[in-house]
Design a protein around this ligand. Sequence first.
Ligand code: PEP
Ligand code: MN
Length: 348
Amino acid sequence: MIIVVSPEAAPGDIDHIVARIEESGRQAHLSVGAERTIIGVIGSDSPELLDTFLVLPGVESVHQVTKPYRLVSREFRGDDTVIEVGHGVTVGGGELAVMAGPCSIENEEHIFESAQAVKAAGANILRGGAYKPRSSPYAFRGLGEVGLRYLAAAGRELDMPVITELMSTSEIDVVCEYTDIIQIGARNMQNFMLLDAVGKTRKPVMLKRALSGQIEEWLLAAEYIVAQGNPNVILCERGIRTFETAYRNTFDINAIPLVKELSHLPVIADPSHGTGKFGLVEPVAKGAIAAGADGLMIEVHDRPDHALSDGAQSLTYERFAGLMRSVAQVAAAVGRDISAVGVAAGAR
Ligand code: PEP
Ligand code: MN
């Protein structure tokens, strides 16, 4: 249930409403918007309870939520969520964010060089995996904490926030120490203990859609994080597994406008994992931005044939710079704010 507070509510009315919610054995989640304060009531709904809340002083209206997720729904919050991820960078709210870098942090020099290259091309967030979810236990599984140190140092040096994947609750402290954004990978979208754990932090979390994750399951997974008190959730469409084997995954472009309609959370598109093929990354990136994505995650490698993971979908520095130029054109054509991503002068 959602309680909309009247703009004319007296001081103290909100405290009183919250106290009554708690008295009923439910929890209250406040969302203070520019125009309105909305209170989410977490717990079972009933028509009697709706009537009770409706007559409290300061209440404008009370709504039964029609979706199983609440705090992440548009019904709960009409305004887009904008998340500050550090170094003055924000995700959501119309500005484009571009996360780029290698799939895996490979060594110190490589992540520094990658950071310089992606920043020069206009990316504003550096990515790199140190704990890698690999299908085979014999594949390169990441440098662990040493890699995180290299990533954080590169981010500091280049004045860019960094994002890296957290695979298990046992690494949460070390990952939080070094990263600005925690990535929850597709394979962990429904690892509910992990979701609870990142929900207890206040770090921005990027939640990737599972390989077979339905939209509702994905939004409920985001709800887990927000319900623990962390409102800083970014969604990421990274392709789903379908009958098609001509590419690694099927990038579900429908998900972008649908999720923007159902939720106030920002949505990033990952056409690298969404296609698995470097030649498809740029056209799908352009489509995703035109469809309303708040930004991109792109894997970049100077020598994709030598990459320790995901070389087939990695763009060279030159290709990435080309992608940034053409994405900027599409973004400008659909009225998006591209001031935050530093596309080279004259590129448009
Ligand atoms: C990644 O970003 O490198 C990754 C492993 O992504 P996903 O969880 O989407 O497969
Ligand atoms: Mn990857």
